[in-house]
Write a protein that binds this ligand. Sequence first.
Ligand SMILES: [Zn+2]
Length: 506
Amino acid sequence: MTAPAATDPLRVALLGFHHESNTFAPVPATLERFLAGGVTEGDEIVERYGSSGATMAGFLEVMDLDDVDCRPLIHADLNPMGTITEEAFEHLVGRMTSALAEGGPWDVVLLALHGAAVAAHQLDADGEIISRVRATVGDDVVIGVALDMHANVSHRMVRNCDLLNTYLTNPHVDARPRARQIADLALAAARGSIRPVMAIATPPLAIGFIRQGTSDWPMRQLVARAAEHAARHGVLSVSVVEGFPYADVPEMGMSFLAVTDDDTALAEVIVEQLAGEAWLLREDFVGTAIDIDEGLVRAAASPDRPVVLLDVGDNVGGGSPADSTHVLAAAQRLGIRNLFHSLCDPAAVEQCTTAGVGASLALTVGGRTDNLHGAPVAVRARIRHLDDGKFEDSGVTHGGFRFFDAGRRSLLETDDGHFVLLTSRPMGNTSRAELTSAGLNPQDLQVIVAKGVQSPRGAYEPIAAEMIQLNTPGCTSADLFSLTYRRRRRPMFPFEPETSYGQSQP
Ligand SMILES: [Zn+2]
C-alpha cells in the first residue's frame, strides 16, 4: 500500500452492518425491520452512537484527530433474530458500497460488523460484505474490522481485510476500546508505520452460551493467555472468538485471531497455541443449566434479593423471540410471588393501551411466536404503567448500548403477585433502567427473570443475590444437541465427541 504524505489528512470511511442471525429462530430479519429505526446515516450515526460504549463509538473517536478526515456513512443495526432476507442484505449492502464508491477515494475503511450475520443467499454474510468493500475500494486501502465476540469467523473474512479483532469480554463491556484499537492500527497502517498481517485458527469446537462468561472458568484462562500474547513484541492484537452456535453455517464455532507487525509466523504460532489450549479445555466448556421449577423454588426461598433467573432458551441477545412463557407459567403453577417478567407482545400492549392505566382486566400474554417458546398465559391484572418504551442507561450495559426502545410498553401487576412488562419489541433485559423507567425498583423484587445468558450480567450482577441459568426450551436452548444442524462442519466437538484436532489429527 502507498502511504499518504504525513501532512495530508487521512480519509476514513465508517460503515456498519450489525446482525447476529439465529438460523433456528422463526422471525426473519427483513428490510422492513431494519428500516424501522435500525439504519442511520451521517450525523445520525454520531448522535446515536457517539456517546455510547458500542463499536461504532470507538471508530467515531478518530473524528477528533487533527490529521483525519472521517466520514460516518451508513450503519445498519438490528437486534438478533432469524436469517436476513436477500432483499434486506442486498439493499443495505448496496447502499454501503454505493456510499463508499461515491464518497471516495479513501485511505481507510472501518467496518463495524457482528460476524455472525447469515443471509438467506449468503451464509457467510460478513465475509461477503468485507469482500464487496474490498472490491469497491481496491487493494491499497486499509480495511479494519471490529467484530462481536460471538462471530463465526471465516478465512474469507480474514483474507479480505487488513485488521480484525473482537471484544474480549462477555458480557460485552469493551466494544468501544476494542474498536478504537482497530481504528488506531488502521491509521498507523495507512501511514505506513506498521504492516499488519493476520492469522486465524478454527478448531472444530462449538461452545454453548452458558460457559461463555469471560470471568468464569474456562474462558478467563483463554482470555488471560490472549492478553499475554498481545503483550509480546511485534504483536498488535489478539482475539479469542467464542463463536455463535445458533447459526447453522460451515464457519460456526470458536476461532482465534492474531495480528502482528509483518510477522506471519508469529501470528500463526499464537493462534495455534490458543486453539490447542482451548481444545484441551473442551470438556470444561460443556455446561448444564438447571430445571425451571428447581430454579424458581430456589429463588423464592433466597433470604437475599433479587435472584435473577436467566431464561437461556429465550435469549433475546441470541435471536429468540422474547415471548417465551415457560418460566411465567411455572411461576403461576408454583405460586411464586414478587416476580418480574418481560414479554414481547404488541397485541396485548394494544389491549392495555385501550384499557388505560389503573384498569383491571383479564388477558392472555406471550407465547405467540411458535410452539417452542410456550403457550399464551392467562392473567388477571391491573395496569400500573404505560409508556412509549424509550429509556436511557448511561451505566454499564452489554455491548455498551445507551438508548433503548422497547416500543409501546405496559406494566401489569397480576393478581398472583407478578409484574409483567409487556413490550412491542423484543427486549433482552440488559439494563436496570428498563425496570426503573417503568416505576419498579429491581432491589424490591424477589425474582427477576432475564431473557439472556451472559448479556444481563453487566446490569444485574452488581445487585443480584444470585444469578441462575435455567434450562428452558427455545431456539437458544442451552442444550446444543436439541438443535438440528444441516450445514455445520463434521466432525465437531461436542456433537461428535471423538473429534480430533492438532497433534492428534491424521
Ligand atoms: Zn455477542
